[in-house]
Design a protein around this ligand. Structure first.
Ligand code: DP6
Length: 345
């Protein structure tokens, strides 16, 4: 145990991400059943600070404050998480921890926060004992984040990240995600991601439950093959700046994700009428203008509209005029590709 670090405070800001190739289905030890690829966001972030003090007691204490209020449910999830990472970060159990966390995106916008939350938490916990100096450290933090939430493993990197073993990239791994920046054409480094908040209620079926049900989905094997094939097609599109192929795969992945929910037993639908209406209007706009604009969805009713920055003016006018009225309380988050986590303290 390092005596120099008897107590202190560490704070990180970490972003959410949006998957282009979706992670949907995992093993018991939180390995993905297919590789996934995502863009790191800029404005949808979690800020987490940890006050830590070496405990004199046998058992260390944990307090979790979410948005200025003590949150028992979240505290329980983090307690379980700390137990799971005990072998990876053995010294953490000697500290009393007070965790303070908040999101930059408004409460209950239906935006998945586990990716930003667990990546910020993993960064803080790792930094209590170690300096993050190298790519190897980032891989270790990505592994820690993965144990909390699979998609969180991808939030550690700027621009884009790939998680899951694939023969297409030797450095890929099921244990941690890797930085995908060097494989991106410059046009994708300007990617805009405008989020339509169609509904802000808590989902009836969480992503973790969705992954579990996937194991019994009759189309599971076909899906894992399809994800690998889609990855094989999207890699050259991302490298050459082929937005048309990118859009085809992106939309196919989003619709497949929701089809898998519908074909599970029991089946469920997370899209709302305004989700479908928005997709129809986006398709119509795309057809009429020929502009490079496309969409994807998370495991929820909200839509992420993507386009290169140079087309932002025309596309945002369309979004504000036609799609904003379909959003809950007209809520839209104008996000874009981001530079990854930042240490504050
Ligand atoms: C649809 O990472 O939230 O967003 O590992 O159980 O925490 P757990 O699941 P989670 O699943 C994300 C699913 C997805 C697709 C994706 O981000 O790749």
């Amino acid at each position: 145990m390092n005596n120099n670090k008897m107590e202190g405070y560490v704070e990180w800001t970490s972003p959410s991400n949006i998957a282009t190739i979706k992670y949907w289905g995992k093993t018991e030890d939180q390995h993905p059943l297919n590789p996934s690829l995502s863009f790191t966001l800029k404005n949808s972030k979690t800020i987490t600070g940890i006050k830590y003090k070496r405990t004199r007691n046998k058992e260390s204490s944990l307090k979790v404050i979410y948005d200025k209020t003590e949150n028992v449910a979240f505290e329980k999830r983090i307690q379980e998480y700390l137990h799971k990472i005990k072998n990876t970060l053995p010294n953490i159990s000697y500290y009393d921890l007070e965790i303070n966390t908040r999101n930059t995106f408004p409460h209950s916008t239906g935006i998945a926060s586990s990716a930003s939350a667990f990546s910020a938490l993993a960064l803080c916990l790792y930094s209590i004992e170690n300096k993050i100096m190298s790519e190897e450290d980032l891989h270790k933090v990505s592994n820690l984040a993965r144990i909390g939430s699979g998609s969180a493993s991808r939030s550690l990197y700027p621009n884009a990240a790939l998680w899951g073993k694939t023969n297409l990239l030797v450095e890929s791994s099921n244990i941690h995600a890797i930085d995908y920046t060097k494989y991106l054409h410059p046009i994708f480094k300007t990617l805009q991601n405008t989020i339509l908040i169609i509904n802000d209620e808590e989902k009836k079926v969480s992503s973790s439950q969705g992954h579990q049900i996937m194991s019994k989905n009759p189309f599971a094997t076909t899906r894992y093959n399809q994800a690998n094939q889609n990855l094989e097609k999207i890699i050259p599109a991302l490298q050459t700046g082929d937005f048309k192929t990118y859009s085809e795969i992106l939309e196919n992945e989003a619709l497949t994700l929701h089809a898998l929910m519908m074909t599970s037993m029991p089946g469920y639908i997370l899209m709302k009428p305004n989700t479908l209406q928005s997709i129809e209007l986006i398709n119509e706009f795309k057809h009429n203008t020929n502009l490079p604009v496309t969409y994807t969805m998370d495991a929820g009713p909200n839509i992420h509209i993507q386009y290169p920055k140079i087309y932002a003016k025309q596309i945002i006018s369309f979004i504000d005029l036609k799609l904003k009225p379909l959003c809950k309380n007209q809520q839209i988050i104008y996000d874009e590709i981001g530079a990854g986590p930042e240490r504050n303290v």
